[in-house]
Design a protein around this ligand. Structure first.
Ligand code: NDP
Ligand code: GDP
Length: 326
């Protein structure tokens, strides 16, 4: 029988790729969408993947418990993927209260709705490598102690431990995916990869001359969202719920990202990238470097896309988008 999934954050990068994966697997996919005055744009990522009419949308917000309870009662999901969040680290210093309401307390709300209305459902929590923050080990695994460095990371840590706690307290099949940064042509423009690939495309087409960035020495373990949503699904197919690090086990600096993106547009990044104080952070996470050995061994998951290939794909997509508008 066809299975039913409920995805919060369905309009985001991961929500779009996960919807596509689940639809291909024959799932009925329901998505929680927060109301805005621009309803026509809410599905632009799902539209890019050609699936905007294949998902069933439910008006709701992660901070509204009664709405979540009604949605879970109505949908009767077999699997719930909690991807909704205020997900941008830098904004979390400007909006710490909102970040805790959505990214932390929102997890309590959706877990409560699942516990009350669909206790047999399998639950996925979108945890983050940002929880490692000031890293306590050179390569981070499920056993590495956490040291969050932003209101976002503190909020994610609450969501992570609450997921563990609901598994241990109530026997929920609740898994937490500690995902390292993952990107794609559908990544938000405020994140550094997409900011750079979009800038390279605009500069190539004569629409801009420079781009301003912050810390060029930050290092990240960047993978492709299309690969990472597979790991989410695999976690929920396991007999027992657990926590998994999902990463590539490779690392690049923001500077190397710039070089690759501008090379993909046949440009030299040094001619166009400027450093600006405005994009530095009050507390930086200098390095994130994941060890995905457990996900590889237990889930049979592996990252399929290399960082240079992903950046080239993103630059091509941004060139295509801007050419269409010219
Ligand atoms: P996005 O920012 O692209 O998507 C976030 C989603 O959450 C959007 O659909 C957004 O809706 C929705 N949302 C925000 N606030 C609320 C709210 N109050 N109620 C309901 N929905 C809300 O994030 P990603 O897809 O990149 O990431 C998915 C999840 O994984 C997030 O929780 C993120 O923190 C986490 N994560 C992401 C990583 C990454 O590298 N991408 C790494 C590790 C964890 P709207 O369209 O209306 O804005
Ligand atoms: P994060 O790891 O979730 O914070 O993902 P981001 O893509 O926002 O940032 C990744 C790294 O790039 C961080 O260390 C940032 O400090 C660094 N960075 C440098 N310049 C910029 C910039 O202009 N924008 C963003 N978003 N990050 C930048």
């Amino acid at each position: 029988m066809a299975r039913t999934a409920l995805i919060t954050g369905v309009t985001g990068q991961d929500g779009a790729y996960l919807s596509k994966l689940l639809l291909e697997k024959g799932y009925t996919v329901h998505g929680l969408v927060r109301r805005s005055s621009h309803s026509e744009v809410h599905a632009h990522r799902l539209q890019w993947l050609g699936i905007e009419n294949d998902v069933q949308y439910h008006d709701g917000n992660l901070i509204d418990l009664s709405g979540l309870i009604r949605t879970v009662r109505e949908v009767k999901p077999d699997e719930v993927y909690n991807l909704a969040a205020q997900s941008f680290v830098k904004s979390s210093w400007q909006q710490p209260i909102l970040t805790s309401q959505v990214t932390a307390n929102g997890v309590a709300n959706i877990l409560e709705a699942v516990r009350l209305e669909a206790p047999e459902a399998r639950f996925y929590q979108a945890s983050s490598s940002e929880m490692f923050g000031m890293i306590q080990e050179p390569q981070q695994s499920e056993k590495t102690p956490f040291y969050p460095r932003s209101p976002y990371a503190v909020a994610k840590l609450y969501g992570h431990w609450l997921t563990v706690n609901y598994r241990e307290s109530f026997g929920l099949h609740a898994s937490s995916g500690i995902l390292f940064n993952h990107e794609s042509p559908l990544r938000g423009l405020e994140f550094v990869t997409r900011k750079v690939t979009d800038a390279a495309a605009r500069i190539k087409l004569g629409l801009a001359k420079t781009v301003q960035l912050g810390n060029l020495d930050a290092k990240r373990d960047w993978g492709h969202a299309r690969d990472y949503v597979k790991a989410m699904w695999m976690m929920l197919q396991q007999p027992a719920s657990d926590d998994y690090v999902v990463a590539t086990g490779t690392m690049y600096t923001v500077r190397e990202l710039c070089r690759l993106a501008f090379e993909a547009a046949e440009l030299n990044y040094e001619d166009h990238v400027e450093v600006a104080e405005a994009f530095m952070r009050p507390a930086e996470v200098d390095v994130l470097f994941g060890n995905p050995a457990k996900a590889v061994a237990q889930l049979g998951w592996k990252a399929e896309t290399t960082f240079p290939d992903m950046i080239a794909e993103m630059v091509q997509a941004d060139l295509e988008r801007h050419r269409r508008r010219l």
